[in-house]
Design a binder for this molecule. Structure first.
Ligand code: ADP
Ligand code: ASP
Ligand code: MG
Length: 437
């Protein structure tokens, strides 16, 4: 039996959390490969080490120095090692990291160093080999992740390494230049290692009892989901349930490796099991979970008889393509089309976009509405239960929330609604209450 165990930021935040994590690892022989994040927040006003590192890079760019912020990072790691009572001297590692930050002036290099130092410390605490992710997680020189090369590098290295600690979040290209995944990407590293070593289980240790049916910062005490399918996970994680990075599913999917989300601070809880498929007979609720994200805009386009116009949508999408904008949803009516895009993808280009689309399709009306959030209601039970959309819309109108868009996925696994961002919490709570999930 082989388990890959990934420990997130709160599980690595200080010596006491690291000791808990190390005890969990030592409690089972099978926990042979350990992936760690950078130390996260110790209390709500605290700053994550990764955020401090991003700040270092920013300060260096603006002021040519990051001495004060780096001093805080140094203090944090030295404190952790002292509290753990390790014989490891972390000072030369910190000196080398600082030298690299000044030398490379690269955001990715800088951001990755929290995981690197965390990995060095956890390896020393466990007596496991430290395997630098820069040697086994491969990116192309353009910063694209290279799955095939990573699999071979990991398999070659780990075949001879019975127990190892590998830092999450980063890798390197053939020149040794460091690249990172997007935020929360240590979850992806864990999944890559699970696939490479053909693990029986990928354990993801965090600070909640498992995948909850809604964000616990939005809904009071949401229900724990004991079993979730890969598909449901992908929908919920992509739509904001960031307890697990939504891309973590891809490496484990082909081998069907289950993921177990566990709580480092309550290891007696069995957590959430994420499996390739949930059988129809196991589906008890209509809705498995709800998740949402703010930061969207809707481009509303209206033109009489647009349905009869060949290439109408294609022309609009070519404009988006020219500006490297991908869309999230695109529901249409007879004479109307709504395109949901992220605010960040159109920032500063709103008027030029309106202008280009107007030139391309001559709409009767076109406008952009910003301040939108998307909420996904997800569950395999939806396809066998009539009236789910009606119930959802009723819940929203009952709470006085104006529905701006509704879109049901073709697999009937999810219904996505767009509402004003100011109604985010109200809408999620209303849907949660309606489905008692
Ligand atoms: P880690 O540092 O362990 O990777 P994260 O902060 O990335 O932890 O993810 C855990 C957090 O995700 C929880 O503390 C919780 O606030 C948040 N979260 C958001 N949505 C959910 C959800 N549906 N279920 C559980 N946690 C969620
Ligand atoms: N430390 C990185 C972040 O804060 C990666 C991770 O925690 O997974 O995003
Ligand atoms: Mg995380």
């Amino acid at each position: 039996m082989i388990k890959v165990a990934k420990f997130g930021g709160t599980s690595m935040a200080d010596a006491s959390a690291i000791t808990r994590s190390a005890n969990i690892i030592k409690a089972e022989e099978s926990r042979r490969y350990v992936v760690v994040s950078a130390p996260g927040k110790r209390f709500s006003q605290d700053t994550k080490v990764t955020d401090m590192l991003y700040a270092c890079c920013h300060e260096l760019e603006l002021d040519g120095t990051c001495e004060d912020t780096f001093a805080k990072i140094r203090e944090r790691f030295i404190g952790i090692c002292a509290d753990l009572g390790l014989s490891l001297d972390i000072t030369p590692y910190l000196d080398k990291v600082k030298e690299g930050i000044y030398k490379y002036r690269s955001t990715s290099y800088c951001a990755s160093r929290g995981e690197y130092l965390s990995g060095v410390i956890m390896a020393a605490a466990l007596g496991y080999e430290f395997v630098d992710a820069a040697d086994v997680v491969v990116f192309t020189c353009d910063g694209e992740f290279d799955a095939a090369s990573t699999r071979s590098a990991l398999q070659a290295k780990l075949a001879d390494t019975p127990r190892a600690v590998i830092p999450g979040f980063y890798g390197a290209d053939e020149h040794g230049t460091v690249h990172t995944f997007s935020r929360g990407g240590s979850d992806i590293t864990g999944a890559l290692i699970a696939e490479a070593v053909k693990a029986d289980m990928y354990e993801n240790w965090t600070d909640v009892n498992g995948f909850l049916s809604a964000d616990p910062r939005v809904v009071d005490n949401p229900k724990l989901i004991s079993k979730l399918s890969y598909k449901e996970l992908r929908e919920l994680a992509y739509m904001g349930a960031n307890v697990l990075h939504h891309e973590s599913i891809f490496p484990v999917r082909s081998s069907g490796i289950p993921i177990n989300i566990r709580n480092t601070f309550a290891p007696e809880e069995s957590g959430t099991l994420i499996v390739p498929e949930v059988k129809d007979s196991e589906v008890t609720d209509t809705v498995t979970g709800i998740a949402g994200k703010t930061g969207y805009s809707i481009i509303y386009i209206e033109k009489s008889m647009m349905n009869n116009e060949y290439g109408f949508v294609r022309k609009i999408l070519s404009v988006l393509e020219q500006y490297n904008i991908s869309f999230e949803h695109m529901p249409s009516g007879i004479d109307t089309l709504s395109i949901v895009v992220s605010d960040s993808s159109i920032a500063g280009r709103e008027s030029v976009l309106l202008d280009r689309i107007t030139k391309a399709v001559a709409p009767d009306h076109i406008k952009i509405k910003s301040g939108i959030c998307l909420i996904a209601t997800v569950g395999h039970g939806m396809k066998s239960n009539l009236g789910t959309a009606a119930k959802l819309c009723g819940a929203l109108s009952g709470a006085g929330v104006n529905l701006r868009m509704i879109d049901q996925g073709s697999s009937e696994l999810n219904i996505i609604v767009a509402v004003d961002s100011r109604d985010y919490g109200k809408a999620i709570n209303a849907i949660y209450k309606a489905f008692k999930c």
